[in-house]
Design a binder for this molecule. Structure first.
Ligand code: ATP
Ligand code: MG
Length: 414
């Protein structure tokens, strides 16, 4: 992509009303546009990052045999009334609306009840189980506070997965497989070292649910951590967990975190309440077991922006970056050579953002740093004379002079 053709604009200053670092950076770098508090549009660069995060998560969910679908944004009141969760006193984040004939509807803040309701049409026999489904959806939540930028949106992208099983044991087994899939996903997103599977307040059947908490100063949660034993507990269940896990509170370190995902074992409570059953091989009606598994896709993006950035701007990990290479041309001969290199890299399938604008080199460098593209290639009149170009890694800031003939192999190795 040529910068001259890209819809984007970098800003010198962040908007005065934006207090969160992640949103300040993402707005300045042209990744998101703030419509209002907690509501952000994703511009072309931002959308590429969202799609890359989704793709990592998609591959890991597919690897545990889940099927992707898309549920609806508009939801029926009757479905949520079955579990008592239509009530604003029970669920305090509902956005509600109505059809022209007065029929009241909800805007999806979760899809737990609607998917259980839907499955009544598709699951009746033990032969239909187990089944796992997931989606990427824009959730609507009337959150009281929205001061954490894209880490807490009133409109945000979530991956939500639901699994349905004929026995408690089968659900437990899948629940454990999903924990491993989540660990792989966060590792691939560059958050593996700082993300802890954390005991949190319970699912319906189990004493605890599990949250995936990433160490982050801008996070809204507090967990207690035992790094050597790899035990993490959300502060809201600390007394219970200390007893249960037989650990002393003094051994635990208090850290600020962001909840990037969580998983719940509902047992058969929700399906029993909503009347979803199956028939076993002897024709008897049986309870059905459900797990629910969320990942905050846009929150993950915010956490990465918070953690992987410096005074110059963003520093995306390679596999999340909107482009791998930022190509800068300087001067007439430099531009001719850069055109060639751009063509070649594009043909080789390397994602390159080519700054072909007639701007000062300093402005191009500053933009490449603000955007956080992992590698920069600078081709100038002088470097072309020597058959070389500059290769700069965003993370370390180190610059090497490499032969123009070696550009491709150097990038392949990086
Ligand atoms: P929180 O305690 O942060 O409000 P939650 O318990 O409401 O989260 P879930 O309803 O289980 O979260 O949603 C699944 C995941 O979606 C969360 O783990 C989080 O990563 C993400 N998430 C939840 N609320 C928001 C939000 N308002 N903005 C962005 N991401 C969110
Ligand atoms: Mg919430």
């Amino acid at each position: 992509m040529r910068v001259s053709k890209l819809f984007t604009k970098t800003l010198k200053n962040s908007p005065a009303d934006e207090v969160a670092k992640n949103a300040q950076l993402l707005i300045r770098a042209g990744y998101v546009y703030k419509e209002m508090a907690g509501v952000y549009a994703y511009l072309p660069l931002g959308l590429r990052v969202v799609e890359k995060i989704k793709q990592v998560v998609r591959e890991e969910m597919n690897a545990i045999d889940s099927n992707e679908l898309t549920m609806t944004g508009l939801q029926r009141k009757e479905v949520w009334e079955k579990t008592g969760r239509w009530d604003d006193k029970t669920v305090d984040v509902w956005f509600k609306t109505a059809l022209q004939d007065g029929t009241v509807l909800g805007l999806g803040w979760s899809h737990e009840e609607p998917i259980v309701e839907m499955m009544k049409h598709y699951v009746s026999s033990y032969k239909d189980l187990p089944v796992s489904l997931y989606q990427f959806q824009t959730k609507m939540r009337n959150e009281l506070r929205a001061k954490s930028g894209i880490m807490r949106g009133r409109e945000f992208v979530m991956k939500d997965m639901y699994s349905f099983h004929s026995t408690k044991e089968d659900l437990d087994d899948y629940y454990n497989r999903s924990i491993e899939a989540y660990k792989r996903a966060y590792a691939r997103l560059g958050l593996g070292d700082d993300t802890y599977v954390t005991f949190a307040s319970g699912g319906a059947f189990t004493k605890f649910s599990h949250e995936f908490q990433t160490i982050c100063d801008a996070g809204e949660d507090v967990i207690y951590l035992h790094r050597e034993k790899n035990i993490a507990v959300n502060e809201e269940v600390i007394d219970d967990a200390v007893k249960e896990l037989d650990i002393s509170r003094d051994e635990l370190e208090k850290v600020k975190t962001a909840e990037v995902g969580n998983i719940f074992n509902f047992g058969s409570q929700k399906t029993d309440e909503m009347g979803l059953y199956y028939t076993d091989s002897e024709g008897r009606r049986q309870s059905l077991y459900v797990g629910s598994y969320g990942i905050g896709i846009t929150r993950v993006m915010g956490v990465i922006a918070e953690k992987m950035s410096d005074s110059k701007g963003l520093i995306w990990p390679d596999n999340i970056a909107p482009y791998k290479v930022y190509l800068v041309s300087i001067g007439e001969n430099g531009s001719k050579k850069a055109d060639e290199i751009y063509k070649r890299l594009t043909e080789e399938g390397i994602e390159v953002l080519y700054d072909d604008r007639e701007e000062r080199p300093g402005a191009k460098f500053a933009d490449s740093e603000l955007l956080g593209i992992p590698y920069r290639l600078t081709i100038s009149d002088r470097s072309v004379e020597n058959g070389q170009c500059e290769f700069t890694a965003r993370k370390s800031g180190e610059t090497l002079l490499i032969a123009l003939d070696d550009v491709f192999t150097t990038l392949e190795k990086s």
